[in-house]
Design a protein around this ligand. Structure first.
Ligand code: PMP
Length: 293
């Protein structure tokens, strides 16, 4: 499906307390958030008109904002209501939801003392999947990125903040230029961290291992999947995983709001099992049920 350009669409965007036409939701080129990456955002999904874990996402948005010093001039319930109302106004059932808060254009410079705070919410329904459906079924091919997740005293790892995403976009570009779907990022210590927009899990029989989120986002999907696999009787271990251990696992998959559960076919030269008879394929279906229930 051809995706319409994001800067020319029908419908509405919620911006600074009002619903305005999608094409009128603009900001000035002199925007503090654009120049210095003073912005925090969320990525959420609605299924059958209802956002999965809407309140948790709003909580994380406010926590991210607090970490980078952005004071959101709305309450969490105002944001929750705005999201729901926008989905109704857009007549969407299944869609992606993107709230963002940023320092605006009234003040230029690194000092944030006098900057204005803006908040907007956009929704779109043409990210049926973050990765193409045929790629998800076959499993993704990943390459290890030369860019590392920084230590928690170097970047605000717990915040979904725009600044650190340059590491993700550079890693993604590195992978795509070489013909891969995504990159595996290691952390500053050399441990396996995550994908460029999703967390990572490894499977061997009833054992599931996933890195400790001590320098990257502890994804809401990651937490949902941990609960799901525990309930199914799997042993889940959160630990530091070295890249040389990856080849011991039979299967691997990514988790994220946009990626949902997406199997991995290979990381560099290491191959994993994929297809209808694999555990990760079953998990994909189970997750599908959870978010729609
Ligand atoms: N890591 C990164 C870098 C991400 O962008 C995302 C997506 N928000 C995740 C992990 C997964 O987070 P969640 O499951 O909350 O979407």
């Amino acid at each position: 499906m051809e995706i319409a350009p994001f800067d020319n669409r029908e419908g509405f965007i919620w911006m600074n307390g009002e619903f305005i036409k999608w094409n009128d939701a603009k900001c000035h080129v002199i925007t503090q958030g654009l120049h210095y990456a003073s912005a925090v955002f969320e990525g959420e999904r609605a299924y059958k008109g209802k956002i999965f874990k809407s309140e948790e996402h709003t909580k994380r948005l406010f926590r991210s904002a607090e970490i980078v010093g952005i004071k959101i001039p709305y309450s969490q319930s105002q944001i929750n209501e705005a999201k729901d109302e926008l989905i109704k106004k857009m007549n969407f059932e299944d869609c992606y939801v993107r709230p963002i808060a940023w320092r605006g254009s009234q003040q230029m410079g690194i000092s944030t003392a006098k900057s204005d705070i803006n908040v907007a919410i956009a929704v779109w329904n043409d990210w049926a999947s973050y990765f193409k459906i045929e790629d998800r079924k076959a499993g993704l091919r990943l390459i290890t990125s030369p860019w590392k997740r920084p230590s928690p005293d170097t970047a605000p790892c717990e915040a979904k903040a725009s600044g650190p995403y340059v590491i993700c976009t550079m890693s993604k570009e590195f992978a795509e230029e070489k013909g891969y779907h995504d990159a595996l990022m290691l952390d500053y210590r050399g441990y396996v961290a995550e994908g460029t927009g999703a967390n990572i899990f490894f499977i061997k029989g009833k054992e599931i291992h996933t890195p400790i989120p001590d320098c990257f986002l502890n994804g809401i999907t990651r937490q949902t999947v941990i609960e799901m696999v525990k309930e199914q009787g799997f042993n889940i271990t959160e630990r530091h995983i070295k890249p040389e251990e990856i080849s011991n696992f039979d299967e691997a998959f990514l988790t994220g709001t946009a990626a949902e559960i997406t199997p991995i076919q290979s990381i560099d030269d290491i191959k994993f099992n994929t297809g209808d008879n694999t555990q990760n394929f079953k998990f994909m279906q189970d997750y599908h049920e959870i978010v729609r229930s």
